[in-house]
Design a protein around this ligand. Structure first.
Ligand code: WTA
Length: 668
């Protein structure tokens, strides 16, 4: 899931006790559907089904109406420019500033004392951060960045835990026109280094340490080893989170808090073109090198605010909204930072692990702040299911009125548990399908309008056009195929940072230059509902984290003594998919400890989230005569299936040896 490195990771047992709910079992077999509860529908922000037809008949008019709700420094006249596909331009002659939209306009509208975040630390620290306070921190840190020579167009890396300072750092970049490049705090310093080097970041914002289950895990000191390999990073700002007093290099490293305390309180916002970059966010692709997904200002904010208001039925005066993702992922960018703040929402932000100090933690938070809306990932729901219903049942969850899911397909059993045990059978569930690249939710129920089917993300958001195509590009009206989006939308990525060629090739060349191939397989049913099946490229989705097989393979082979590696994803009851690696040692380097050593090595290279669940040491891999590794056979072995045709292999005996090696290893 997106909320951190502490969900049951790859080392956790997979055979959970996620069964034993007999009523859920009954429901599973009735294929019940769930119309919006009448009370909910009556008050919903989207309550007129006409919205779909209206948006479909003129998507540009639909989106520009949402865009006009933003505060523009100079209003736009142009809506969509699609004259050079796949490079879309939205609202291109308008000018605005994202931080002004998220903060100043609420403060100026008299809402300065509204809580933006009820922040809870992992221990018992609590902070209510108002819009006033967040604007103050943002302006001051904006001035700090400017005083260090950082300005419009410069890239600033952000590698931080879940703190109010993280939001302020992001918005400070937006304020001065710097491009933020957030790296999830669970990634390794190596991964930070790569992302800073690729994007030529000028500054990096980090913390002394992050709290994990009561321990301060160093961040700043851990980065020290790779600082030499980030020559473009001239300044490092260090948030003091744990008081660990990390080493500071004079002239390069500065205390975030000290700098902010000494800064001027007002910071003039940079006037940004709608198409000026707002941020880049790296995500795994099917090659070893992560892709820097670029988002711009006006269109992204339009998508974020429209979807946040309609999908989450936001009532900013009364809702307490909690997106439990980590800010380091797109879900955190769009649905913790930009969407909720631009819509003036009050959110909850929680720093720690979902089961710290007990698996009741989330439910206590919901009771404490009377949370109305919870948005999380299937992997978290499955973990809570496994830990037991007694934890949520011990708290008063009656404030909840809407539940959301994101990041991977949700299995109907988990959906039904979420509906019953967390939602008390009264809350609609929005299963939202989207991607880092799409910027905002694309396929989703509208909670007051859409009848839901457990396991289906249902239908495209108004103004979004999705289809299922077969291999030849012919539309499938009922059945499975490749999911595509066929009309531009405002929050779509504008490209891979400094790599247009890869952008076109990855997403826009499978069919034609106006059809966005999302990389997922999906099924469409007789009612036109979409059921996302999973990735079709070499991307593994572990607990909602996208990881590329090649990235993990290169991490493994970077270990001394490893000649070759192949990685596959297999279904996993808890984490959606799990990583299984096959590695060939150079002669003389085999040892019993090697598997553990390699798992640690991958954790060090990429982050704990990428640690394979199993690493099978082998003498050879199944290859065709032309030397291509047949991953299909590796998947068959890892999933215990009968092997199909192996006659095309150079050495058909390899698979038996591999199977013995796999079966002989006790599962971890
Ligand atoms: C998967 C996360 C099924 C999908 C917002 C997609 C989902 C990838 C769902 C994007 C969902 C996300 N149902 N699958 N509701 N939501 N996915 O970029 O494979 O981290 O392509 O964005 O997650 O992952 P990303």
């Amino acid at each position: 899931m997106e909320s951190g490195q502490d969900t049951p990771d790859n080392g956790a047992p997979t055979k959970g006790s996620a069964t034993g709910h007999s009523e859920i079992d009954v429901l599973l077999h009735t294929e019940q559907t769930f119309p919006p509860p009448p009370g909910f529908a009556a008050q919903a922000n989207a309550s007129d089904p006409e919205i779909y037809d209206q948006a479909a008949s003129d998507p540009e008019a639909f989106w520009s109406e949402w865009a006009r709700k933003l505060e523009w420094i100079e209003p736009f006249q142009q809506v969509l420019d699609w004259s050079n596909p796949p490079f879309a331009r939205w609202f291109a002659d308008g000018k605005l500033n994202a931080s002004v939209n998220c903060l100043d306009r609420h403060v100026e509208g008299g809402l300065g004392e509204r809580v933006a975040f009820h922040w809870e630390g992992e221990g018992d620290e609590k902070r209510a951060v108002t819009y006033d306070e967040l604007l103050d921190l943002t302006q001051r840190f904006g001035n700090v960045l400017r005083s260090h020579g950082i300005g419009k167009g410069d890239v600033v890396g952000i590698y931080l835990p879940m703190l109010p300072e993280t939001v302020a750092s992001i918005l400070a970049c937006a304020r001065i026109g710097a491009i933020h490049n957030v790296v999830f705090g669970g990634f390794s310093p190596e991964s930070v280094k790569d992302r800073m080097a690729f994007s030529e970041a000028k500054a990096l914002v980090t913390a002394d340490a992050t709290l994990r289950r009561g321990n301060a895990i160093p961040m700043k000191d851990a980065l020290e080893d790779v600082m030499g390999e980030m020559p473009t990073v001239e300044r490092v700002f260090v948030v003091d989170r744990c008081g660990t007093g990390p080493g500071m290099t004079e002239g390069r490293d500065f205390s975030w808090q000290d700098e902010v305390a000494g800064a001027e309180p007002t910071c003039e916002p940079e006037v940004m073109d709608a198409e000026d970059p707002l941020f880049i966010l790296y995500t795994s692709g099917s090659t070893g090198k992560p892709k820097g997904i670029l988002h711009t200002t006006g269109g992204y904010l339009t998508g974020a605010t429209a979807t946040h208001e309609l999908v989450f039925d936001l009532k900013p005066e009364s809702d307490v909204y909690w997106c439990a993702a980590d800010i380091g992922w797109i879900t955190g960018h769009t649905y913790i930072v930009y969407g909720p703040l631009a819509n003036g929402a009050t959110s909850v932000m929680y720093e720690g692990a979902p089961d710290y100090p007990t698996p009741a933690r989330w439910w206590e938070i919901i009771e404490r702040y009377e949370v109305t809306t919870l948005y999380t990932a299937p992997t978290a729901i499955r973990a809570f299911m496994k830990w037991g219903s007694e934890y949520p049942e011990g708290s008063d969850l009656s404030s909840l009125r809407l539940l959301g899911s994101v990041g991977e397909p949700i299995n109907p059993r988990a959906w039904l548990w979420y509906h019953r045990v967390i939602g008390g059978e009264r809350c609609p569930i929005v299963d939202t399908w989207w991607q880092t690249e799409t910027g905002s939710i694309m396929i989703t129920p509208l909670p007051g309008l859409t009848t839901t089917k457990p396991g289906s993300a249902t239908v495209p958001f108004p103004g979004v056009q999705a289809k299922i195509l077969d291999d030849e590009g012919v539309e499938i009206s009922e059945g499975a195929g490749y999911l595509v989006l066929t009309h531009p939308w405002p929050s779509m990525t504008r490209g891979i940072y400094r790599d247009d060629e890869r952008f076109v090739e990855t997403y826009w060349s499978r069919y034609d230059s106006q059809t966005y191939a999302v990389g997922d397989a999906a099924r469409i049913d007789e009612d036109g509902y979409f059921w996302v099946i999973g990735r079709i490229d070499d991307v593994i989705n572990v607990s909602g984290h996208r990881l590329s097989t090649m990235e993990i393979e290169s991490a493994i082979v970077s270990h001394e003594g490893i000649a070759e590696a192949a990685v596959v994803g297999i279904p996993d009851e808890m984490t959606g998919q799990a990583i299984v690696a096959f590695a060939i040692c150079e002669s003389g380097t085999e040892s019993d400890a090697m598997e553990d050593v390699l798992r640690d090595h991958v954790a060090e290279k990429i982050g704990k989230l990428a640690r394979p669940k199993r690493i099978v040491l082998a003498e050879d891999l199944p290859k065709t005569r032309s030397g291509k590794i047949m991953r299909r056979l590796l998947r068959d072995i890892a999933e215990g299936r009968d092997l199909g045709d192996v006659t095309t292999l150079r050495d058909p005996g390899v698979v038996d040896t591999l199977r013995r090696a796999f079966d002989g290893d006790a599962p971890r």
